[in-house]
Design a protein around this ligand. Structure first.
Ligand code: G3I
Length: 362
C-alpha cells in the first residue's frame, strides 16, 4: 500500500475499500460517483472504446467510480462519419451499452469542432454544400442517440482570440464556410434531433486570471449572450479545465464572477474535461502529487460554489490512459501523474482532494 493512500484510506482487497474521510467511516463504497452524488453532482470521466473494451480491470474500475461517461474520441467526425455517405456507430454504441448496463449517463462529444475532421471534409466541403453536410451530420448522429444522451457538446472551441475576429470567433473551416451562423444552426438542429438532451457550448482557457483567459471568458460570455438573445436552444457551458500544476495565476473570486455571469443567462455549467498537467513539476511523487492535488482542490472549490454547476468530468480516470502523456509529456520523460487514480488504479491525492471538495471540507 502506498504512503499516499494510507493517509486517509485503507485498501482492503480488490472488492472492499473502506475509507475514513475526515474521521467518518463509510458504509458506501468510497467512489467519486458516491461523493459527487451526495453533493448533488454527477461525477464522470472521458473514456475511449479502445481502452474500455480491451482493459477489463480498468473498465470495471471506471464503471464503479463514474456516474457519467464521455466518449473521448469515438463520437468525433473522423471516427463516426469516416466517409461522406458512411456513418460508423459501432464504437459509440458499444460505449452507450456499457454506460446503460452500469447506469452511467453518457455525454455526447462533439457535434461541431474544427479538429478531428476526416480528410473528405477538408477536401470536399465548401461554402455551397457546408450547411447541408453539417445539418445531415447533426441530424444523423444526434438522431441516432436520441433520448439516450445526457448532454451534447454541440459546438466545441469556437473562440480563438488570436484569430483577431472582432467577436473573438475562431476562423475555423465552419466559420469560413458559413459565418457565425453555423453555431446557432448547430444548436437548432441538435434540439430537433434530440429534444431531451441538454445542449452545451464547450471551450478551454477560461480558468486563470491571465489576460489570455480573461479575453476568452469575455468572448465566450458575449457569444452565449448573443445565442440566448436569439432564443437559441442552449442549456449550458462546458468548462474543459485543462489545468496546469505549474500555473499559479488563479483567482477564485474572478472565476466565480465569470461563472455567475454565465449562470445569470439561465445556463447550467459543467466541468467537462478536467485534468492537471504535471509538466514543470518536480519528479518527486509526493511533492508532485500534492501540487497536482492542490490545483484540483483550488479549482473545484471555487467552481462548485456556483449553484448552477451540475457535474464534474475528468478527462480520463487513471494515469494509465491520458492524452497528456503524448500532448504534455514531462521533460524528464517520467510518466505523467495528472488524474485521480494512478496507473495501478490506486487513488492519489488528487482523488482525495476531489472527495474533500465534494464533502465540503476544503
Ligand atoms: O489511435 C491512433 C493510433 O492508432 C495511431 O498510431 C496514433 C498515431 O498518431 O494516433 C492514435 O490516435 C490518436 C487518438 O488521440 C487516440 O489516442 C490521435 O492521433 C490523436 O489526435 C487523438 O487525440 C485526441 C485529441 O482530442 C484530438 O482529437 C485525444 O485522444 C483526446 O484526448 C483529445 O481530446 C480533446 C477534446 O476532444 C476537446 N478538448 C481538448 C481535448 C484534449 O486535446
Amino acid at each position: 500500500m502506498s504512503k499516499i493512500t494510507r493517509r486517509k484510506a485503507l485498501y482492503l482487497g480488490s472488492a472492499t475499500l473502506v475509507a475514513i474521510v475526515a474521521g467518518k467511516t463509510l458504509t458506501q463504497p468510497p467512489t467519486l460517483k458516491h461523493f459527487g452524488s451526495k453533493k448533488g453532482l454527477i461525477y464522470g470521466s472521458a473514456g475511449a472504446y479502445k481502452r474500455l473494451s480491451k482493459d477489463k480491470e480498468f473498465a470495471r474500475r471506471f464503471v464503479a467510480e463514474c456516474a457519467m461517461l464521455t466518449p473521448e474520441n469515438d463520437l468525433k467526425w473522423r471516427h463516426i462519419h469516416p466517409q461522406p455517405n458512411q456513418y460508423d456507430f459501432s464504437k459509440g454504441d458499444w460505449l452507450l451499452k456499457l454506460a446503460q448496463r452500469h447506469r452511467l449517463k453518457m455525454r455526447g462529444h462533439t457535434l461541431v469542432w474544427h479538429s478531428g475532421l476526416p480528410n473528405w471534409v477538408k477536401e470536399t466541403v465548401n461554402s455551397q454544400n457546408a450547411e447541408a453536410i453539417l445539418i445531415d451530420h447533426i441530424q444523423t448522429v444526434a438522431g441516432h442517440y436520441r433520448g439516450k444522451i445526457h448532454s451534447w457538446d454541440v459546438v466545441n472551441e469556437a473562440i480563438l482570440v488570436e484569430d483577431e475576429h472582432p467577436l473573438g470567433l475562431r476562423k475555423s473551416r465552419w466559420f469560413k464556410w458559413l459565418g457565425e451562423d453555423y453555431i446557432e444552426l448547430a444548436f437548432r438542429v441538435a434540439a430537433e434531433a434530440d429534444p431531451k438532451a441538454m445542449l452545451f457550448y464547450n471551450d478551454y482557457g477560461l480558468d486563470y486570471n491571465i489576460a489570455y483567459d480573461r479575453k476568452r471568458q469575455e468572448a465566450v460570455l458575449k457569444l452565449l449572450e448573443r445565442l440566448k438573445a436569439k432564443g437559441v436552444p442552449i442549456h449550458g457551458l462546458g468548462l474543459q479545465a485543462h489545468l496546469s500544476g505549474a500555473e499559479t495565476r488563479f483567482n477564485a473570486e474572478k472565476l466565480r464572477e465569470f461563472l455567475a455571469d454565465v449562470a445569470s443567462l439561465d445556463l447550467k455549467i459543467m466541468v467537462t474535461e478536467l485534468d492537471v498537467s504535471d509538466q514543470g513539476l518536480p519528479y518527486d511523487y509526493l511533492e508532485r502529487d500534492q501540487r497536482v492535488a492542490d490545483v484540483y482542490e483550488m479549482y473545484l472549490s471555487a467552481v462548485l460554489d456556483e449553484p448552477n454547476v451540475i457535474g464534474v468530468v475528468t478527462w480520463g480516470l487513471s494515469d494509465r490512459y491520458t492524452w497528456l502523456s503524448n500532448f504534455r509529456p514531462r521533460k524528464d520523460h517520467e510518466p505523467v501523474r495528472v488524474l485521480p487514480l494512478d496507473r495501478e488504479l490506486t487513488p492519489k491525492l488528487a482523488w482525495e482532494s476531489m472527495v474533500k471538495v465534494f464533502e465540503g471540507l476544503s
